[in-house]
Write a protein that binds this ligand. Structure first.
Ligand code: SAH
Ligand code: SF4
Length: 411
């Protein structure tokens, strides 16, 4: 797929002020307001001796007008703006590479952490939908993952660290901002319509940061997204699914991948801790909570199609039994191979007949569209690319150098 490589430019430089004088370098680290939920920011203002409604004002500037400079927040007094500038900042993670494909897909590679840090990738996929254009952003929650699913390249990397709230929301902020860079501040709009927590990492193992980030996504003073348009995907951390029932109402996707415990223990090892019976019961509790108006009318079941492993007709029959009392929509995901992966992708025919068996039994069952490798890379697989960090980082450096060279030669 042909892509337009955009060299990292003023965006990251402008958003990433780095201390320049020794005095600044020694200054106390500023508080980053980017990822704060409204209650957190209200407390921050109250602790400063300010009115808590300031939180909503500042959040609107950050998340609806994509402003990172307090000087632009015109409904806040000059005195308070000065105070804010001294002690806090609005800082998205550093963009080390961005790539905007001609088909509308956009990818960013962020560096998180100090020094060399680690790289995290975020992907935005546009799609026409009956309700209009959808722009779905696939967000990462951790660098690496401790859960070691056998078909997942993030798992192969092991766990490195949790992302902070600012690093999680920073992915959404940057994706929205990318459409508005050249638009005057007061005319800016939010462009991302849907979020899926399906990038790198297990979101429920970074619970607090993910929960607060999702609160920012839903907050009318921030992104104001509908709860049906924010989806958390988990491999099945049962106690945290129950915790979510108490804390937030968003759509839930379960990475099932196998219809019996023996096979699931092999593919998704957390199944040994929380076997299928417990997982399905937790899903039932999740959708049972409130009436029809919640986003909890069903869960999405993700099922990666692995050639000869979990794609037999008997597996489809087992799925029918397993899910018979769980309102669910099933999404079959053609496996994305990665170097040294121990599996292959099920054939198209195999996937279609698996789908037919489930559809004939009354399930809504879709096959994830793969529109070329670029799009494939969006969810789950993006992690594979990040996994091979050194090689990729070298490639990005080369691409950036090349495009800088082209720009120089064009004067
Ligand atoms: N940890 C969470 C969310 C991140 S993974 C989870 O497991 O749900 C997002 C989705 O991509 C999961 O359904 C995951 O199983 C799937 N996935 C991972 N590796 C994949 C691969 N190589 N091919 C296809 N899907 C993959
Ligand atoms: Fe972690 Fe999800 Fe990959 Fe499993 S599939 S290793 S839970 S990121």
């Amino acid at each position: 797929m042909s892509t337009e490589v955009v060299a990292v430019s003023a965006v990251s430089a402008a958003q990433q002020p780095s201390p320049s004088t020794p005095a600044q370098q020694n200054a106390v680290e500023k508080v980053n307001l980017l990822g704060m939920s409204r209650p957190q920011m209200e407390k921050f203002f109250e602790d400063m001796g300010e009115k808590k409604f300031r939180a909503g004002q500042v959040m609107k500037w950050i998340h609806q007008f994509f402003v990172t400079d307090f000087a632009e927040m015109t409904n806040i007094s000059g005195k308070l703006r000065e105070k804010l500038e001294k002690i806090c900042e609005i800082k998205a993670p550093e963009v080390v590479h961005k790539n905007y494909s001609k088909d509308g897909t956009r990818k960013w590679v962020f560096r998180v952490g100090d020094g060399e840090g680690s790289l995290v990738e975020t992907v935005l996929i546009p799609a026409e939908h009956r309700s209009g254009l959808r722009r779905t952003l696939c967000i990462s929650s951790q660098v690496g993952c401790a859960l070691d699913c056998s078909f997942c390249s993030t798992g192969k990397q092991g766990f490195q660290r949790d992302l902070t709230q600012a690093e999680i929301i920073g992915q959404l902020w940057m994706a929205n901002y990318s459409y508005m860079e050249d638009v005057p501040v007061l005319e800016r709009e939010r462009s991302v319509t849907n979020v899926v927590m399906m990038g790198m990492g297990e979101p429920l193992l970074n619970y607090d940061a993910v929960l607060n980030s999702m609160r920012v996504m839903l907050d009318d003073f921030a992104y104001g997204m509908s709860k049906r348009r924010v989806t958390l995907s988990t491999s099945g951390v049962v106690p945290k699914i129950d915790q979510m029932v108490k804390d937030i109402d968003v759509a839930l996707a379960i990475s099932l991948h196998a219809p019996n415990n023996e096979l699931r223990n092999e593919l998704v090892p957390i199944n040994k801790k929380y076997p299928l019976e417990q997982l399905i019961a937790a899903c039932q509790r999740y959708i049972a909570k409130d009436g029809n108006e919640s986003s909890r009318k069903h869960v999405t079941i993700e099922y990666v199609m692995l050639d000869g492993v979990n794609d037999h007709p008997e597996h489809a029959q087992q799925m029918i039994k397993l899910l018979k009392n769980l309102p669910s929509k099933i999404n079959l995901i053609p496996f994305n191979p990665f170097p040294h992966a121990p599996y292959g992708r099920s054939s198209r025919n195999r996937i279609i007949s698996f789908q037919k068996t489930l559809s004939d039994a009354g399930f809504v069952c879709t096959i994830r569209q793969t529109r070329g490798d670029d799009i494939d890379a969006a969810c789950g697989q993006l992690v594979g690319q990040v996994a091979d960090r050194t090689r990729r980082a070298e490639q990005w450096k080369k691409k950036i150098a090349q495009s800088n060279e082209i720009m120089r030669s064009q004067g």
